[in-house]
Design a binder for this molecule. Structure first.
Ligand code: SF4
Length: 246
C-alpha cells in the first residue's frame, strides 16, 4: 500500500510541518536591506540570481543611489554597470529605474505598502510584492517562488503549478500569522534539503509527514537518463531534448 495514503490531509499536516521546520530555520537567510526601497530593488535583482550575489552588489548600489529619486534620475548605463553581476542586467536596470520613476511620480518617493499598488509598478509581480509586504511592512503574505511551489506540491499541500493558485491554497491552510515564516521556511528547506533534482529525503526532518509526490518519478528519470547517456544518445539529447524537471 502507498505510504502517502496513510497520511492525514494537508490541513492537518501543515501545522506539524511548520513546527518541525521552525527550529531548523530560525532566521531567514536572505537579502540584506534597511528600507522598503532597498528591499524592493534587491528582490528585483534576485531574479535568476542568488541572494549572496545580490548582497555583494547592493552596498555600493544603495550608497550611490540612496533614494527612489536618485534611481529615477540615474544614468541607465551607470545603473547597468552596477547591477551587471546579477545577470539580465539591462532588463533589471530598466525595471528598477522605471519602477522608481513611478514611485516618485505616483507615491511621493515612498514604496507603497499595499499589494494592489505594488503590483502596478514595472517589474513588480505578486511574488516580489509579497516579499516586500511581508518583510518591510510586516503585512503577512505568502511568497511563492520556485522552492515554495515545488515543496508545496511534493508535500501534497496543493496540486497547482500556478503560483497565485499555490498562494491561495496555502493561505487556506496556514494561519495568517505564519504566512511569512512558513514560506521562508519552505524556501530554506528547498535550498538545503528538498533540492529540485535530488531531494535528500533520507535526511529530511519532515519525511514522515511528506507523501513525496513526484519524487519517485524523479529518481526513475535520473536513473533512466544516466543509462541513456551513450555517445549516440548524448548526441541526440544535446540536439534539444534536455529533460526538464521542475
Ligand atoms: S521528504 Fe523528500 S520530498 Fe518530502 S520535503 Fe523532505 S526532501 Fe522534500
Amino acid at each position: 500500500m502507498d505510504e502517502s495514503l496513510k497520511l492525514p490531509p494537508a490541513h492537518e499536516r501543515v501545522g506539524p510541518i511548520n513546527a518541525r521546520l521552525a527550529p531548523l530555520y530560525p532566521e531567514f537567510e536572505g537579502l540584506n536591506y534597511e528600507t522598503p526601497l532597498q528591499l524592493l530593488v534587491a528582490v528585483i535583482l534576485s531574479a535568476q540570481c542568488t541572494d549572496a550575489r545580490v548582497n555583494q552588489i547592493t552596498p555600493a548600489l544603495f550608497a550611490r543611489f540612496p533614494s527612489a529619486r536618485d534611481f529615477a534620475e540615474c544614468d541607465i548605463k551607470e545603473l547597468e554597470r552596477l547591477v551587471k553581476p546579477s545577470g539580465f542586467y539591462k532588463n533589471k536596470a530598466k525595471n528598477i529605474r522605471a519602477c522608481c520613476v513611478e514611485i516618485v511620480n505616483r507615491f511621493g518617493g515612498d514604496v507603497p505598502g499595499a499589494l494592489d499598488a505594488l503590483v502596478t509598478l514595472p517589474g513588480v509581480g505578486r511574488k516580489t510584492a509579497n516579499v516586500v509586504l511581508g518583510h518591510a511592512f510586516e503585512t503577512p503574505g505568502i511568497t511563492v517562488d520556485t522552492h515554495v511551489g515545488r515543496l508545496s506540491r511534493r508535500l501534497g499541500l496543493t496540486r497547482h503549478r500556478d503560483p497565485v493558485k499555490v498562494e491561495l491554497a496555502l493561505a487556506e491552510i496556514v494561519p495568517r500569522a505564519e504566512w511569512l515564516h512558513f514560506s521562508g521556511r519552505l524556501i530554506m528547506h528547498g535550498r538545503k534539503v528538498c533540492l529540485s533534482r535530488k531531494p535528500r529525503c533520507e535526511a529530511c526532518a519532515i519525511a514522515d509527514l511528506c507523501p513525496k509526490i513526484g519524487v519517485k518519478g524523479l529518481a526513475a528519470k535520473r536513473k533512466r537518463s544516466k543509462r541513456q547517456v551513450s555517445p549516440q544518445r548524448h548526441k541526440d539529447r544535446t540536439k534539444g531534448h534536455e529533460e526538464e524537471v521542475n
